[in-house]
Design a protein around this ligand. Sequence first.
Ligand SMILES: Cc1cc2nc3c(=O)[nH]c(=O)nc-3n(C[C@H](O)[C@H](O)[C@H](O)COP(=O)(O)OP(=O)(O)OC[C@H]3O[C@@H](n4cnc5c(N)ncnc54)[C@H](O)[C@@H]3O)c2cc1C
Length: 403
Amino acid sequence: MGRVAVIGAGVIGVSSAYLLARAGHDVTLIDAAGEPGTGASAGNAAQLSWAYGDAMASPALLKHLPAIAMGRDPAIRIHWQLDRDFLRWGLKFIANTPFRRWWNNTQDILRLAEQSRYELAILLKETDVEFDYRVAGKLHLYADRQSFAAAHSSVVRKNALGFEQRLLTRMEAENIEPALAAYQGEIAGAVYTPDDALGDAAEFCRQLTAWMIGRGQVSTFFGRRVSSFVQTGGVLTGLRFEDRDELHVDAAVVAAGPQIRSLVSDLPEARDIRSVRGYSLTIPRSGLAPSVSLTDVKRKLAFAAIGDRFRVAGLADIERPGAGFDVGRFDTLKLAASAVLPDLFDRSDELTRWSGERPMTPTSKPMIAASRRIKGLYINAGHGMLGWTLALGSARRVVDLLR
Ligand SMILES: Cc1cc2nc3c(=O)[nH]c(=O)nc-3n(C[C@H](O)[C@H](O)[C@H](O)COP(=O)(O)OP(=O)(O)OC[C@H]3O[C@@H](n4cnc5c(N)ncnc54)[C@H](O)[C@@H]3O)c2cc1C
């Protein structure tokens, strides 16, 4: 067991550090930010979507692509770029939209989610970290008969894999979540997943890091950006920080989320990860807020009651790396959320706005692998829409790689 650095203290890095330390490694957790959980993990939709896992590149999305390309779907925006990596990513994405590929990718993601759920159950027993975790259940709301009919076959396939999902009428959905009576969006039917859970990902990062530090399981470097790798004959021997300081390590796990491209730009692996920016709005939770998690499939909005807060998250902007967020997109999100749950998001003095970049591969499957260029370097990144759900399973796979 050697000294292992984990670069990035988002959900992926913190989960990796936790399971690596448990496996007996001497772990150093590093983040450029001053504390854990400030990147993509900070304000996400909080969903632990054990039974969702659907890859983004799908037959349905392919059909919808012309409308997206023409800017007709406010929830998804593509900033076209004339660079080779963008085109390669786009072509790979399209190549993954046929049914068979989509379903294979989705099943792989579901297996990883299952592994995460298993690891989370152990973590909850072994630690006292609190992050507003709760098995809230989830309702996917379908606006029209056609999309609801398409959901039937998905439910049948997932039931066959052992996931509990049920098709409901609007009335049945309202019996499970009475706040839906006030929902202004069209509901032709709903899919209910009782076992799906939620939790505050940023709080998980902070609490678990503190828990590990408290038990001497990890050492940490926060506020330190890794700029490059030190290697001898293709074998990793250390990390170099921006200030030129070096840290000797035997292995390193890059869990830098969307920023992996700038850190390992010379590694072909990193080119397959692009940023898909999303936004969220959080308000204090009131009695009007649904308690069950909701996904409005047509508007691509996710609603979650997290502890004493209520959050809506959505939008998917495929953008240039490092482009920054667009203030106008908060209004787009607020408008869409207010159209279905009026009044809740009106008080702007109580709104917390957040934007983050999902690190996305063309298959939606994360990259959990040894680097092809540097021995001793491992990648755990590219978790896209489901990083929180997949974090602990991915961490387990990293531990297996380092054996
Ligand atoms: C709007 C939105 C909603 C979402 N909702 C959900 C959801 O409901 N459920 C779900 O499962 N997933 C969801 N996701 C996806 C999930 O949030 C991400 O997949 C996940 O947070 C990625 O985690 P990460 O640890 O890879 O990246 P990050 O959380 O971004 O962590 C990477 C860390 O690496 C650090 N870093 C980067 N480069 C360096 C360097 N050179 N040196 C040192 N440190 C470095 C950064 O500072 C950062 O802290 C959502 C995402 C968004 C944007």
